[in-house]
Design a protein around this ligand. Sequence first.
Ligand SMILES: NC(=O)c1ccc[n+]([C@@H]2O[C@H](COP(=O)([O-])OP(=O)(O)OC[C@H]3O[C@@H](n4cnc5c(N)ncnc54)[C@H](OP(=O)(O)O)[C@@H]3O)[C@@H](O)[C@H]2O)c1
Length: 247
Amino acid sequence: MKTILITGCSSGFGLATAQHFLDRDWKVIATMRTPHEEVLPRSEHLRVLALDVTDDASIRQLVEAAGPIDALVNNAGIGVMGALEGTDMQTAREIFEVNTFGTMAVTQALLPQFRQRKAGVIVNISSSTTLKPLPLLTVYTASKAAVNAFTESLALELQPFNVRVSLVLPGRSPETPFSKNAQPRMQGGIPESYSSFAQGVFAGMGQPSAVTRALDVAEAVWRAVNDPSSPLHIPAGADAVALAESR
Ligand SMILES: NC(=O)c1ccc[n+]([C@@H]2O[C@H](COP(=O)([O-])OP(=O)(O)OC[C@H]3O[C@@H](n4cnc5c(N)ncnc54)[C@H](OP(=O)(O)O)[C@@H]3O)[C@@H](O)[C@H]2O)c1
């Protein structure tokens, strides 16, 4: 039985992916900043461990507790929407600390066991915003574009060790609490000079359109982990697939 470790499993894509792999006879290490075992059904194949991807000590403790794993999913991430002029640099750094440096740090910490065994898969959750730029998402998109570039280079670097690396690119998913969780970072994000422009952008987002389901992301991660012939970039969700095809 194989073991997958997933970051950011308290809700959304991470939670759905943990459930998906548990249902398919994988051992799952579901990590959360604050472990809430009750979000997943009880299972002898499930372990819920604490992990804050921005905290080196937390990462060290996780690596010791986790033991051998076959696949890592860097899913933990936070968002922010607003004009660059309305986004303070502390918030910009916070976004990169979680989305970009968190992904790098957790990967670096778990990599030695993959390299030594000459086996393993790493899946990084990026975003379809990197396929087509959208306004008011500068900092978030930059943090995910950096994940893409990091992942593309890492895939080459790990080829000699038979470690596969993939990117899953989800589209917009109103089903997860991602936007709600971003709200506290968005105070003052739209300065007065941008307000009529921003209203147009928000009105456009309110129009009916294709979206991404958490299950789409779980299925894309499943494919990335289990199909060695899967591409490096895997769009997840009808909107992300359409964007990828239009490029
Ligand atoms: N929803 C979308 O529209 C969308 C679209 C494209 C890509 N994505 C990406 O998909 C991933 C999952 O997002 P989601 O939609 O499932 O949102 P979500 O439900 O808010 O999940 C994000 C997860 O990240 C965790 N997290 C935040 N900061 C963390 C930290 N410092 N250390 C460890 N975990 C941390 C959160 O845990 P806590 O409960 O502890 O905060 C939560 O479990 C993110 O990388 C996001 O950027 C989302």
